[in-house]
Design a protein around this ligand. Sequence first.
Ligand SMILES: NC(=O)c1ccc[n+]([C@@H]2O[C@H](COP(=O)([O-])OP(=O)(O)OC[C@H]3O[C@@H](n4cnc5c(N)ncnc54)[C@H](OP(=O)(O)O)[C@@H]3O)[C@@H](O)[C@H]2O)c1
Length: 339
Amino acid sequence: MSQELKAINPNMVPKKKLRSGDEIPVVGLGTFGSDRYTHEEVAEAVKEAIRFGYRHIDCAAVYMNEKHIGKAIKEAIAEGYCTREELFITSKVWNNRHCETIEACQESLDDLQLDYLDLYLVHWPFSNYHAPGCDGEARNPDSKPFCVEAFMDTWRQMEALVESGKVRNIGTSNMTIAKFNAILPLMNILPAVNEMELHPCFQQPELFDYCVSNNIQPVGFCPIGSPRRPDRDKAEGDAVDIEHPVIQKIARRIGVHPAIICIKWAVQRGQIPIPFSVRSYQYLSNLESSFKNPITSEEMDELKTVDCNSRLIKGQVFLWEGTNGWEDLWDLDGNITTL
Ligand SMILES: NC(=O)c1ccc[n+]([C@@H]2O[C@H](COP(=O)([O-])OP(=O)(O)OC[C@H]3O[C@@H](n4cnc5c(N)ncnc54)[C@H](OP(=O)(O)O)[C@@H]3O)[C@@H](O)[C@H]2O)c1
C-alpha cells in the first residue's frame, strides 16, 4: 500500500436501515475476480480494505474464494482492524444447491469462518446450473424455467436460516417484477434486499422503484459497468459506462475517474453499489465517494439520460431448451416466461 493512502473512518460512510432494523454500509466490496485475479489477490484486497475502512463485503459460494476470504476476515479481526459485529458480510446460495440451501449456507459459514451471515441471497431465482467459468454458449439440458413452488422450497430454507440465527437477513438477486409478484405474497419473511445489475447505462427504473416501494433495498452489481468482466459475458453493442461523454464530463468537473461518478450516482440514487477492485487506490476512492464531493441534482438529472437499457450480465448460460434467447430470463413482457 502506498504511503499517501489514508484510512477512511467507517463512521463517515452512510448506512441504510434494512427492514430488520440492521444497518448496511452504502458501499460494499465485490469479490468476484472475473477469472482475472487469483483468490489470494481478492482475499488480500478484502483484508486491506477492512484495514482501510470497508465494513461491507459481498461474497458468494460460486466465486470459489470464500475460504481465502474467511482467512482474510479472521486475520483482520485478530489484528484489531474491526470487530465481527462491525462487519456486514453477504453470501449467496449457488444454483446447484437450491434443494440443500441450509447445508450450502453452513458451508459458506465454515469457509468464511463465521457464526452468522448478515445477509444470505438466492443468487439466481432458478436452480439451473452451469459450471463456473464455462463458455457463454454452454447449455445444461436439465435447465428449467422459473417455478414458484421450487423457489418457495428454497425460500422456506432461507427463512429457517433466519429462525436458527445463522443468517440475520435474507434476500433475492436477479429477480423481475413478475417473479416478485408471484412470490412476495407467499413469503413469511420478506426479502431485505434485491441484488440486481445497476449502472448508469442500465438503470432498471421500474424494478428499482418496485423494490423501493416494497421496502426491498436495491444492491447494485457491476456498478462501474464491469469493464473487466469475463470475455464470455461481453457482447457486441454492450455500453461502456466509463466511456460515456456525460459521465466523463462530470468526472472532469470533479477531477476523478469516471468510475467514481458511477459510484456517486448509485449512492445518491439510493442503491448500494458493490464495486470490485484489488487496487487499494481504487477501492478506497470508491468508498470515499459515498460521502465526498457529491454530484449536483442537475448532474443526477443528466445521468438519467445515460440509461440505454444495456444489460451486461444476460445470463444466457442458464437458459432452458426451447427458449428464444436470454431475454426470456427477464420476463420483459411483464409475465413469467414459461416453456
Ligand atoms: N448477484 C449477482 O448475480 C452478481 C453478478 C455480478 C457481480 N456481482 C457482484 O458485484 C461485484 C461488482 O461487479 P463487477 O466486479 O462485475 O463489476 P464492477 O464493480 O462494475 O467493475 C469492476 C472493475 O472496475 C474497475 N474499477 C473499480 N474501481 C475503479 C476505480 N475507482 N477506478 C477505475 N476503475 C475501477 C476495476 O478494473 P481493474 O481490474 O482493471 O482495476 C474492476 O475490475 C462483483 O465483484 C460481485 O461481488 C454479483
